[in-house]
Write a protein that binds this ligand. Structure first.
Ligand code: SAM
Length: 252
């Protein structure tokens, strides 16, 4: 990572204390000392350039010098809903890649053919992965990872999105034109067990369009990254201009 180290804090103020895990990392791993520069992030979209002014046993004090608006967030709201996977590494992979791609909301869900078990620690671990990934790719906001015990709950959580896509391994054609998308978009991808016909019908009743990712069956984590990438490209976030100039800005 280039530039000063980045840390998430609950709230950034002129004098901000770094505590807990972020403090341990700053002190024991990165060995930050008085006078070192850092950037504080409080998930508001702002970036606070700061300098370490005191190092204690349980916290570090930073003095904020400047505040800038972060400029790496996607212009359009994209939500990824994914079937929670049995393998923890694969869930972390999905969260990490979705964060890098600019997704703003991530929801893991249980469904008819998914038997993975979620608990608070696992959810906190996924949120930590999202924060680490956001820091690494220089985002100023880490997407929140939520868990829904039912597919219906997850699908409804993105009700306000203009486009709702349901990656369906048994769909013969796509009901949405992926390359002319604009506006907020929700993407739902199943777990290793896939979706049932009833779940596809439920998704349709909630306004989702089934989309195919071609004739090969992709692993769940591949499908999540592939469809999110296609959506981000269509929205102008992965363009050849670096996604900065002409991102189709249509927030809703
Ligand atoms: N168990 C399912 C089967 O045997 O057909 C495969 C499930 S697939 C590993 C996991 C998820 O990835 C699917 O539920 C779907 O959301 C997505 N997926 C994989 N390949 C796809 C394709 N060709 N088209 C659309 N979605 C796909």
């Amino acid at each position: 990572m280039s530039g000063p180290r980045r840390f998430f804090v609950p709230r950034a103020e002129e004098e901000t204390l770094l505590e807990g895990e972020e403090f341990e990392h700053a002190k024991n791993v990165l060995r930050l000392c008085v006078g070192d520069e850092a950037v504080l992030l409080d998930n508001s979209g702002k970036e606070y350039s700061a300098v370490v002014s005191e190092v204690g046993k349980r916290s570090m004090k930073l003095h904020v010098l400047r505040v800038n608006e972060g400029d790496r967030e996607a212009a359009t709201e994209v939500a990824l809903l994914f079937g929670y996977l049995k393998n923890a590494d694969k869930n972390e992979f999905v969260v990490q890649k979705a964060t890098e791609l600019g997704v703003k909301k991530i929801a893991a869900f249980s469904s008819a053919y998914s038997s993975a078990y979620m608990n608070e620690n696992k959810l906190e671990r996924l949120n930590r992965v999202a924060r680490e990934s956001a820091k690494q790719c220089l985002r100023s906001v880490a997407p929140e990872v939520q868990y829904f015990p039912t597919l219906e709950g997850a699908l409804r959580s993105a009700a306000e999105c203009r486009n709702k896509l349901f990656a369906c391994e048994f769909a013969e054609r796509s009901e949405a034109d992926l390359l002319s998308l604009s506006g907020s978009t929700a993407v739902a991808v199943g777990s290793e067990g896939g979706f049932s016909r009833e779940e596809e019908a439920l998704a349709k009743s909630l306004g989702y369009s089934s989309v195919t990712l071609g004739k090969r069956i992709l692993r769940a984590e591949t499908a999540a990254v592939a469809l999110t990438s296609v959506v981000m490209f269509a929205l102008g976030e992965l363009g050849l201009d670096g996604g900065r100039a002409e991102a189709k800005e249509e927030k809703r």
